[in-house]
Design a protein around this ligand. Structure first.
Ligand SMILES: NC(=O)C1=CN([C@@H]2O[C@H](COP(=O)(O)OP(=O)(O)OC[C@H]3O[C@@H](n4cnc5c(N)ncnc54)[C@H](OP(=O)(O)O)[C@@H]3O)[C@@H](O)[C@H]2O)C=CC1
Ligand SMILES: CC(=O)[C@@H](O)[C@H](O)COP(=O)(O)O
Ligand SMILES: [Mn+2]
Length: 357
């Protein structure tokens, strides 16, 4: 397989699963964590390696090392693997997703920003999602009429904070996720509830038009539920580990125990909450966005630009959602008609956010 983002939270888990299934690793690509990359090279013996920066190439213990975005695309094109695992974070992951599909490879897709920004131009028949909620929906779907698909949210780091304190939340505070250990960006997205908004869009592109919604389940043991037209509701429960969705994305014939079952007697009770617009202002645009999913490119770009400013301490935590909503309103008529428009709109939105902060 080709593994993009090998040093991240998903990448590390993907290598554990690949080793267990005896899947050969042809390519490893990452950003700046060369120490971990060198350990991965030793253990997985890839044919080719790609890092973000030219200055790091000499630090990598391998004879075929390339750097930069163009090299990633070239390496995908040259690879013989039929599977690309895309675990890059952010808009950076989109071109590799498009390239892998163009090369007729199957994409095990963790990089949700690809679908959020460009879902209308992505052939989802080539994609197996690595996201716990979409894996849950995929697992539950059967040939019966569906009334609604529901995904769950943990509520993120601030679900129990007094709302008045949220404006003062720091980057460090955002990283205090109640249930999952993930990369920095998605953990911020979880705290703002942008992650769940992204996941509703992701679901819309993966499973088609229909009713989608999200609720909070505080332990992240239920990942997805389906309301069927007949009045039945089914739920997907699994312990909070990405190794299960990854295992299915890597091996369709998966027939072994990956996780211990959820022990409901130990769990005792589950708590559900509504997603409140005062705590999570991004939820104000949920209905409109689900009616206009092609506008995901705007919220993705505004979110990435706002997070950069939050990390640089130029804006506060609650300004992230404000920035996204402001950009969403300003770019109300931005309709991508071609895949190239996605890259143009992305650039324009980032410029707008930079000027209007
Ligand atoms: N973590 C999770 O449980 C889940 C994650 N996802 C999605 O999966 C994706 C990855 O998330 P996660 O693993 O948490 O993120 P991480 O931040 O942990 O990992 C991101 C990976 O991308 C690499 N990377 C970052 N910038 C560059 C660059 N410029 N060039 C090349 N590589 C780069 C990083 O390299 P390095 O660290 O070496 O700089 C790292 O390998 C995201 O889209 C996220 O939303 C979806 C569901 C669950
Ligand atoms: C593990 C996974 O799939 C994440 O997307 C997770 O859902 C994030 O947690 P939140 O539910 O807090 O957004
Ligand atoms: Mn998820």
């Amino acid at each position: 397989m080709v593994l993009l983002g090998s040093t991240g939270s998903i990448g590390v888990n993907a290598l554990i699963v690949a080793k267990r299934f005896g899947i050969e690793v042809e390519v490893l690509a990452c950003g700046k964590n060369i120490k971990l990359l060198n350990e991965q090279i030793k253990e997985h013996n890839p044919k080719v390696v790609v890092v973000a920066n030219k200055e790091d190439v000499y630090k990598v213990n391998h004879s075929h090392v390339y750097s930069g975005e163009e090299a990633i695309l070239q390496v995908i094109e040259d690879s013989t693997s039929k599977l690309v695992v895309n675990a890059f974070v952010g808009f950076l992951g989109l071109r590799p997703t498009l390239k892998a599909i163009e090369c007729d490879k199957k994409v095990a897709l963790a990089n949700k920003e690809s679908l959020v920004a460009c879902g209308s131009f992505i052939d989802t028949s080539k994609i197996q999602p690595i996201d716990s909620e979409h894996f849950g929906l995929w697992y539950l779907l059967q040939n019966r009429p569906v009334s609604k698909m529901i995904i769950t949210a943990s509520g993120g780091a601030f679900r129990d904070w007094d709302i008045k304190r949220l404006a003062t939340a720091t980057l460090e505070d955002t990283q205090n996720h109640p249930n999952w250990s993930m990369g920095q960006k998605i953990t911020i997205d979880s705290a703002t509830m942008v992650n769940k908004m992204f996941e509703l869009l992701e679901a819309r592109w993966l499973f088609g038009e229909g009713e989608y919604d999200a609720i909070i389940e505080t332990q992240s043991l239920i990942h997805a539920m389906i309301d069927f037209k007949d009045g039945s509701t089914t739920a997907h429960l699994a312990n909070a580990s990405m190794q299960l969705p990854i295992a299915y994305a890597l091996d369709e014939k998966m027939d072994e125990a990956i996780l211990p079952h959820v022990d409901l007697l130990k769990v005792g009770s589950l708590e559900f909450r509504e997603i409140n617009q005062e705590r999570y202002p991004i939820w104000q645009i949920k209905e409109d966005l689900l009616k206009n999913p092609q506008r995901g490119v705007v919220i993705n770009a505004a979110n990435e630009a706002a997070i950069e400013m939050f990390i640089a301490k130029k804006i506060g935590f609650m300004d992230i959602s404000k920035t996204i909503i402001n950009a969403y309103e300003n770019f109300s008529d931005a309709l991508p008609l071609h895949v190239n428009d996605i890259f143009l709109i992305d650039k324009e939105v980032r410029k707008f956010v930079g000027i209007n902060r």
